[in-house]
Design a protein around this ligand. Structure first.
Ligand code: C5P
Length: 291
């Protein structure tokens, strides 16, 4: 009698929100892409991807923000899956389910962290090394933020998003993420940036008791252009600054999501509750930024 094949269990991958604690724009390449210097950390909130073997490649959406996603065929997850499959000559396919808990087009990774989680899960399913140069190059070809999300740990990111220095001395920090419900276009924000380029940060020379203190001499250079395109971001920053106990209020990535750093879980939760109460149309959540 032929032995029965054990069905392969679905793979579950967490796609954490990516946060740019600081982001300096240090130059621009001839192809128009900007050179960045950014401390990236990951939150304990994010999207969820489930991957199961299948005869055809498909993607379903669920979750609070699942309805705001474009056509699955255009989704970065599908592009990631097709590129990985073709690159490794894989004949199998997979059914992916994305539970979208994070707001879309919001400066906290969104499509990039989802694509990175899909790559991690599919590499496991298809027995591919996710840290190989080929997979990292594929990640960069999908978007400048995908490689850092594939690494998934606190990192100083330079270049356009391909040069990494691991950071081991960033403590777990209580925070909130706040999004005012507007999507901001990343290319438009970069285009609206003006003025001189910034110097990179010497992170080792940034001293302080808390992460907020260490970030004191840094900024997000994309904040002014993002605010010029979407003034509600200034309202979010101002509301965050007014929260009791806030140590630092700043925008992440190209916006519109902003974050606040807090000394305790209680202070972060109180601030999130206060903001949701005052602005029922905003999304706000307490979280932890971790190493
Ligand atoms: O790579 P990604 O698709 O995320 O980038 C979207 C757009 O943002 C790019 O087409 C470019 O206009 C801008 N961008 C940039 N420099 C970066 C990352 C993104 O100018 N390092």
């Amino acid at each position: 009698m032929a032995a029965e094949q054990t069905p392969i269990a679905p793979i579950h991958e967490f796609a954490p929100a990516k946060v740019n604690l600081y982001l300096h724009v240090t130059g621009r390449r001839e192809d128009g892409y900007h050179l960045l210097d950014s401390l990236v950390m990951f939150a304990d909130v994010g999207d969820q991807i489930t991957i199961a073997p299948s005869d055809i490649l498909t993607l379903d959406h669920a979750g609070p923000f699942g309805g705001s996603l474009p056509d699955p065929a255009d989704n970065l997850i599908m592009r990631a899956a097709m590129a990985l499959r073709d690159m490794h000559g894989i004949s199998a396919d997979a059914h992916l389910t994305l539970t979208k808990n994070l707001p879309v087009a919001s400066g906290i990774g969104g499509g990039s962290t989802d694509a990175a989680a899909a790559l991690r899960g599919l590499c496991q399913l298809w027995d591919i090394d996710p840290t190989s140069t080929e997979v990292m190059d594929l990640a960069l070809s999908l978007g400048a933020d995908v490689p850092v999300c594939l690494r998934g740990r606190s990192t100083i990111m330079r270049g356009i998003g391909e040069d990494f220095t691991d950071v081991d001395d960033c403590p777990r920090t209580h925070a909130i993420l706040v999004n005012p419900g507007v999507g901001v276009s990343t290319p438009s924000v970069f285009k609206a940036r003006s003025g001189d380029f910034s110097s990179p940060v010497d992170w080792e020379a940034c001293h302080g008791e808390t992460l907020a203190e260490r970030l004191g001499s840094t900024r997000n250079d994309l904040e002014p252009p993002a605010v010029s395109l979407s003034s509600v971001i200034a309202d979010v920053l101002s509301a965050l600054t007014d929260c009791e106990g806030v140590q630092l209020a700043r925008m992440s990535g190209s916006g519109a999501t902003c974050f606040g750093l807090f000394p305790s879980k209680e202070a972060a939760q109180a601030a999130a509750t206060q903001l949701i109460h005052a602005h029922p149309d905003w999304w706000a959540t307490a979280t932890i930024f971790g190493p």
